[in-house]
Structure formats: C-alpha cells, structure tokens
Design a protein around this ligand. Structure first.
Ligand code: ADP
Length: 553
C-alpha cells in the first residue's frame, strides 16, 4: 500500500472553537434572559469564557472523562458548557429538564455526574432529586432569581463568581479525537432512557455533515434559532454548527410560547429556526391570529416526529415559509436525512412538492441506510416495500453507554437498527411509516399511525391527532384516533364526518374503528405525542372511545 502523505489532524472540538474565534470573533450570540431582556456577546467572548470555564472545572477537580451534568434552557451559559466541559477533558451531559424526578435521578446516577450546572430558574426540580444523587459533589448555579436561596447538599457555587476568579490562559485537555465529548440519553419514548456517548471526532464530523449544502447548508449570513432544547440530542448540533460557520445565534432561554417565538423571529430576522412539529403547529396558529413578519426564514427545520403535510402546505401557502423536514435520532448525533427538493422535483406542481417535503428525505453524506425484512434480508428501494431502517456511519453510536454488548439494537455486521419502519423511493427519499412499536397490526397487516395522523390533521377542525392500536377480538388490533378539535368545532364534528374525510385518502380497512375526543394530546418531555400514556389511559378506561359505524373492513 502506498500511504498518502497527508497531515495528521485530529478532529477535536477545540478546532471548531478556535476557527470560530479566529474568523468570527465579532459575530454575535444572543440570549433572551428569563427577565425578557436580551443578553448579547460575541464568539470572542464565548472563547475567552470557555477558557475560564475550563480552569474552573479543573479547579473543581474534574478528571479526564468525568461527566458534567447540565440542567438548563438554551442560553449562552449552556453554550459555554458545550465547549468547556469537553475541552477540559470532561463530558458534557445534557439533562432533560422535563423528566419526572425518578427518571432524572436515574439518569444522573447512571451517568455518575460529578458536577452539575443548574439554571437557577429550574432550581425546584433539582432540589427535588438532590438527596438521591450521591455522585454529585458540586452544584454550580447561574440565572438564580434574586433572593432565592438554594436548598442543595454538597458544595454550591455561583457560576459568574467562579468565572470571574479564573484565568483566561488554558491549554485544551484533548488528547485524542476518539475521546468522549458528550452524553445524551434518549427521551425514552419507548422503554428506559439509554445513553449515547459522542466523541470529539463524531461530533466534528456531524457538524461538517450538517453544514453541507445538501443538508442544512448553514453559512455565516444565517441567523440561527434553536428552539429544540440543548438537552434534546444536542439541540440537533446547531450550537457547534453555528460556531463553525460564524452564524449569528439566537437562544430563546425559557421563552418557548408561540407568541414569544414569533416576536423573536421577527425582531432578530431569523433565517433558520429548528424545532419539533408541536412547536411549529403552535406558531402557525399564533401567526394566523396575530400576524408577524417572519419572511426572513429560509428554512423552518422540523424533526423529532413527522411534520404533517398539511402544516408544510399551510406554512408555504399562507406564510410563504419554506419547511425543511429532517429525520434523526439521539443515537445519530442526531441528523440522518433531510427532505430538500432535488432537480427532478423542481418542475412539479406545488401540491406534489409538498408531498415530497412531507417525506423524511434522503440520507446526507455520512449516513448510509438500508431497509430489511424481519429475517434481516435487504429490501428494494421502490417506494412501496416497507422494512426496518438500519443505518451506519461515523456519527452513529456503536453501543449504549454502560450497556456494552447487551443491546439488540446493533446487527452482527455493524448496522444500527433504528426501530423505524420505512419505505425508500428509488431516488433515496425515505418515508417513515411508523415506529415498530406504534404500528397498528390489523389481521396480520400493518396500518401506519403516522399516515392516519397526517391526514386527520389536514382536517380544518382538527388541531391534533394521535392514532394508537386498540385491542380487537377479530383483528387483534384496530386503529383508535385520539383527536383534539378546534374549540369552535367541539359540538359539531362527528366521528362519521372524520371517517368520511379520511375515506378518499386511505384504504378503507385503515379507517379508525373509534375516536376519542380530548382537550389535549399528552406530550413526551421533548414534545412528541406520548402514545405510551394514551395506551395506559385506554387500558384504564379513561379515553371513552366513540365507535364509528361500519368502519371495520
Ligand atoms: P426518543 O427515541 O426518545 O423519542 P429521539 O428524539 O432520538 O428520542 O427520537 C428518534 C425517533 O423520532 C426516530 O427513531 C423516529 O421514530 C422519530 N422521528 C424523528 N424525526 C422524525 C421525522 N421527521 N418524522 C417522523 N419521525 C421522526
């Protein structure tokens, strides 16, 4: 073999921070503070404060590989921890602020966090678990409301006071590109949370992958608003990506209500905003009642669960906003596919373009995919054959943290089983039919809950719809649609009308057997429909389904 004569250049996160500081030190990072005021500083400030933070962490006794927990909204302090913890040789472990105390304690203990950084506005939640997390030696607080005394064991510090006393001289403690950088637990939509442990190399490659033009194509001229929390799959990598390209970053802090987001997008002229469908559904309804100018947006990035086609259409038709649908998983750092139109889509009429955009899209370079049947045989990319999606690539986990060798999520030939059932078109566009566990298995055949939900949410009086399986003597399972109606329609819309609306859109045997009308669909900690809770409510007789006449085949 003739070896190439190229430099050995480890892909470590300090390279991205150094690059951002060298080229874009004047560019801004803005945070909407809890009191509604805007905090602003530059990438140059970020750089200097990260150096101080690294000294602080070493001063607190951080050893190589130690996990540093963060319990915070999207803000500049959290951004500093994204760089500071891994560049001081530790691992940034983002904790989901919406978990129940038991789950939170479980995750902190599983990760063995030694230092916990806490947003003062979230103190009550941490205080609830404080006596159950023995590994935590230090609590470091920021944004503490005036006069609030923390009730925490161990050593409690003030973030700003520690930074003020620390030196700005620091040599990054990064020895190897394969060193761990970050730890993120799946939100546990299905089963117990499991940890994805990212490396410097995987996250640098993910950042480069995400910025490809055929992915998000971020550039210096973008103004990026991550609504997706920093604890949900690393805010989809946006803090790192924005630093690499010098994009202006706008952090919403705790202000996630539709009205606040609309105002922020308008005032900051945001070009790329990212969040789950629930967030954009809320924003759309807000903008219909109280219009604002959000025309600065070039890509409304949406992922985490399926974006209903009707909402993609509504954003484009009513607001002129381009939706960029993406699919990912915590285990994929998280970006896997994006649904950007290709050249052969350009001349399609608008409705067909929306059909394409409602798919989850093609894999970006760095993510390989295949679909397989139950026996593990590869299936064709023909747009109709359904199979389980498996992926591999440099930013996909090869095992779960502290569960090495025990998970069945990995195939013997080195692919990761996503648990998603999909079809893939010849041009590589993937469509999620369902999560394996959410499919409705009716008489041995599959009904896609995702597809039914998408159609139902296209009905003008339906605000939200989630479809779950209902036990059935004859067919084993039949679909039950749990629906939130718009307030003005609550007395009028009948089950028959909804099935009549669905009838031209799906096979007849897919029509829900029953509907349950509720005030709100329960959501998981990251804003997805919580079907686990719906199934429990159904089992406990709390849903009160209304049967549809002759719906079953
Ligand atoms: P959790 O597994 O805890 O829900 P993740 O955010 O990692 O947390 O979830 C990944 C899963 O979310 C995927 O396997 C897929 O089922 C679903 N998902 C993500 N993006 C999309 C999308 N655009 N459309 C449909 N489902 C999606």
């Amino acid at each position: 073999m003739l070896e190439g004569l190229m430099m050995h250049y480890p892909l470590t996160m300090d390279r991205i921070l150094e690059h951002g500081n060298r080229l874009y030190r004047h560019k801004r990072i803005k945070t909407l503070l809890p009191n509604g005021k805007m905090h602003e500083y530059t990438y140059g400030d970020l750089y200097r404060r990260v150096k101080r933070l690294c000294n602080v962490l070493e001063g607190l006794g951080l050893q190589m590989g130690d996990r540093v927990g963060t319990f915070a909204w999207n803000n500049y302090q959290h951004m500093e921890l994204y760089f500071g913890a891994p560049l001081a040789g530790g691992v940034v472990h983002t904790l989901n602020i919406r978990l129940f105390p038991e789950q939170l304690a479980y995750i902190i203990n599983h990760a063995e966090d030694r230092i916990l950084f806490v947003d003062g506005t979230l103190l009550p939640l941490v205080e609830q678990v404080a006596d159950r997390i023995p590994h935590v030696e230090h609590f470091v607080l920021f944004n503490v409301p005036p006069g609030r005394e923390p009730r925490l064991p161990g050593q409690v510090h003030d973030y700003e006071a520690l930074l003020a006393d620390a030196s700005e001289e620091y040599t990054w403690r990064v020895q190897d590109e394969n060193q761990a950088l970050g730890l993120c637990y799946t939100s546990g939509t299905t089963g117990n949370p499991k940890g994805a442990l990212y490396s410097h190399r995987s996250m640098v490659l993910h950042t480069m992958g995400e910025c490809q033009a055929m992915a998000l194509g971020l550039t210096e001229s973008d103004v990026v608003l991550p609504v997706v929390p920093q604890f949900h799959a690393m805010a989809w990598g946006l803090p790192y990506a924005a630093t690499m390209v010098g994009a202006t970053l706008v952090m919403p802090g705790p202000h996630l209500k539709p009205e606040a987001l609309a105002q922020l997008i308008e005032a900051e002229r945001v070009t790329v905003a990212a969040g789950v469908p629930t967030i954009w559904n809320g924003l759309y309804h807000e903008l219909r009642t109280r219009p604002r100018d959000i025309s600065s947006i070039r890509a409304l990035v949406v992922g985490g669960s399926a974006m209903p086609r009707a909402l993609i259409e509504a954003y484009e038709r009513d607001l002129g906003v381009n939706v960029l649908h993406a699919w990912g998983m915590t285990e994929l750092s998280p970006l896997g596919t994006v649904s950007k139109l290709l050249s052969h889509h350009q001349d399609l009429p608008a409705p067909q373009k929306w059909d394409v955009k409602a798919r989850q899209g093609y894999p970006i370079f760095g993510v390989e995919m295949r679909i397989v049947d139950d026996a593990g045989h590869e299936l064709p990319w023909d747009g109709t054959t359904m199979g389980e999606l498996q992926v591999r690539g440099p930013w996909i986990i090869r095992d779960y943290f502290k569960l090495e060798g025990s998970s069945d999520a990995f195939t013997p030939d080195g692919w990761f089983r996503t648990g998603d059932v999909v079809t893939v078109h010849e041009d590589g566009f993937m469509t999620i039919t369902d999560r394996t566990k959410d499919l409705v298995k009716s008489g041995g055949e599959w009904i896609s809950s995702v597809e039914l939900e998408g159609h139902l949410m296209a009905h003008p009086d339906v605000l939200e719809a989630a479809v779950i399986a209902m036990p059935d003597e004859k067919w084993q399972e039949r679909p039950l649609a749990v629906v939130v109606l718009a307030p003005q329609a609550r007395e009028q819309v009948q089950v028959e009308e909804l099935n009549a609306f669905l009838e031209p859109r799906v096979a007849r045997w897919w029509l829900p057997d029953a509907y349950a009308f509720v005030e709100e669909i329960p959501k998981t900690s990251v804003g997805k429909f919580d079907k686990k809770v719906l199934r429990e409510r159904l089992a406990q007789g709390e849903l009160r389904p209304i049967r549809a006449r002759e719906a079953t085949r």
